[in-house]
Design a protein around this ligand. Structure first.
Ligand code: CDP
Length: 221
């Protein structure tokens, strides 16, 4: 047993999982991994190579050669709607998911950094957010949260997020894209989006970020 804490935060797009996971990590001094970025990087590689994200062999190849140490997770294009869509498509391929398991489990087992870390360079815990952290990546996580919210509310949040960064977007198109991505995430054969049996399910439709954070902290404490 590694002796540190692992927190899994899963849920669909714009359910508030990233915001909650980041805040939990900051509050507790844990390392944070946004696992959606891994699938986004793979999707963006295909887009930039002019390849179809639905090309399973190309997606698998990109995931296999992916190196978390050299990837640019700050590339703004990772948050584009086109990349979101491509990420959802490549994430349904078993070979892509398989290629990205180790990097996630290594992070959970050996959370890097941490201001108040225990052993040098190792944080006291890890928070991972995604779709299958509590079910597949870290089934033994100490705490599991599954966030959800009505799709209209989630689409409004995503529109605000995109407009805040200067993108011109149309609510109905974002809603449509989100529905398609949700459907793909929930029905894929491998690691479909679903709450783990032992996850605390939190509906954030009428819960702001502070309230969701307070609720999660009360469950942890
Ligand atoms: O921020 P948002 O929830 O829209 O997306 P994300 O968490 O960055 O994930 C983008 C896409 O990657 C999702 O629609 C999933 O298809 C996929 N994903 C996944 O399959 N498993 C994960 N652990 C994380 C993301």
């Amino acid at each position: 047993m590694s002796g540190h804490v692992v927190i899994a935060v899963d849920g669909p797009a714009a359910s508030g999982k990233g915001t909650l996971a980041r805040r939990l990590a900051a509050e507790l001094g844990y390392a944070y991994l946004d696992t959606g970025l891994l699938y986004r990087v793979v999707g963006l590689i295909l887009i930039r190579q002019g390849l179809d994200p639905a090309d399973e062999n190309a997606a698998a190849e990109a995931a296999i050669v992916f190196d978390a140490a050299t990837a640019d997770f700050n590339d703004p294009a990772l948050r584009d709607e086109e990349t979101s869509k491509a990420a959802g498509i490549v994430a349904a391929f078993p070979a892509v998911r398989a290629a990205l398991v180790d990097v996630q489990r290594r992070f959970a087992a050996n959370p890097p950094g941490g201001a108040e870390g225990g052993a040098q360079g190792v944080a006291r815990g890890a928070v991972l957010d995604g779709r299958d952290i509590g079910t597949v990546i870290c089934p033994d996580a100490d705490y599991k949260f599954f966030l959800e919210a009505d799709i209209e509310e989630r689409a409004r949040r995503r529109v605000k997020e995109l407009r805040d960064r200067g993108d011109t977007v149309i609510l109905n198109l974002v809603l449509q894209e989100m529905k398609e991505r949700d459907e793909r995430d929930r029905t894929r054969a491998v690691a479909p989006l679903a709450p783990a049996a032992d996850a605390s399910v939190v509906n954030t439709t009428n819960l702001n970020a502070d309230a969701a954070f307070a609720l999660a902290m009360s469950l942890i404490r």
